[in-house]
Design a protein. Structure first.
Length: 273
């Protein structure tokens, strides 16, 4: 397997685990959306492996979804999970010319806009394709989730927070829009922001194999962005956590939790003068 493919494979597994662990919170977001008439056409921009696609279909089972992503592996996984449901996948780089996406009533963009080189351009394009009065839902993450208690690991307490601080510096340079306040950007693109909500996630993962695998995959990915800047003692402690055969493996811990925040903006298309 090519290293790039291996990276995408690992991230795909994280996306699937994220969808499973945070399913109730995702359902709460879709239930909160200010929608009176069920949408007939939905576009999921940067759909990943389909967490948003399937959450939206659970709320709007009669809708037809166009799921758009640049990763063929993500789209393959999504198609396998879709079965007979009304989902069409489109492979596209949203920083390039967009394919035809019809005139959707609802566009969903979860943790995808911050990856774009020019998200303001993307917001303007969404505004132009939405049906009159259609809705755009933007979901943003507060970085990687936290899993460990502050006292862990015993030999390097506070390790996870130091990893996150190093990762924040990395992402400030490489993914500068992650964690952005999308409200002003939505207004500038011609939308009317009808609501904003932040959901605090704190899930007890003790004894959960799924949370353990989610923590393992997330910390492995976090390591990739901080290995060059962590103190040697911290990197060694992190590697002990990631060693699934070792006595200090994160999979052996009974004190894990999932702590994070998700913020969602609901923005209505307003016809430009």
């Amino acid at each position: 397997m090519h290293p790039h493919d291996a990276s995408h494979h690992g991230q795909a597994e994280i996306l699937d685990l994220d969808a499973e662990v945070l399913a109730d919170h995702l359902a709460a977001i879709t239930a909160w959306l200010p929608i009176d008439m069920p949408p007939r056409q939905i576009v999921d921009l940067g759909c990943g492996t389909g967490a948003g696609t399937f959450a939206l279909l659970s709320r709007f089972p009669e809708a037809h979804v166009l799921a758009v992503d640049s990763s063929p592996e993500y789209l393959h996984r999504l198609r396998e999970k879709a079965g007979a449901r009304e989902v069409v996948t489109i492979q596209a780089d949203l920083d390039q010319d967009w394919p035809g996406l019809g005139t959707p009533d609802l566009v969903w963009a979860s943790a995808s806009l911050h990856h774009l080189a020019d998200p303001d351009r993307a917001l303007s394009q969404v505004h132009d394709i939405l049906a009159p009065g259609g809705l755009l839902a933007v979901v943003e993450l507060a970085g990687f989730p936290r899993f460990l208690p502050e006292y862990a690991p015993q030999d390097r307490p506070g390790l996870e927070e130091r990893c996150h601080a190093a990762s924040a510096r990395f992402h400030a340079e490489h993914v500068p829009h992650r964690g952005a306040d999308w409200g002003p950007k939505l207004t500038a693109a011609g939308f009317v922001v009808e609501g904003e909500r932040t959901l605090t996630v704190n899930i007890d993962g003790s004894g959960s194999e799924t949370v353990g695998r989610y923590a393992l995959g997330s910390l492995r990915r976090l390591r990739g962005s901080v290995a060059d800047v962590l103190a040697p003692e911290d990197l060694a402690a992190l590697d002990r956590l990631l060693d699934t055969d070792g006595p200090h493996s994160i999979l052996r811990r009974a004190d894990l939790a999932v702590r994070t925040e998700r913020t969602v903006w609901a923005a209505r298309q307003k016809t430009r003068p």
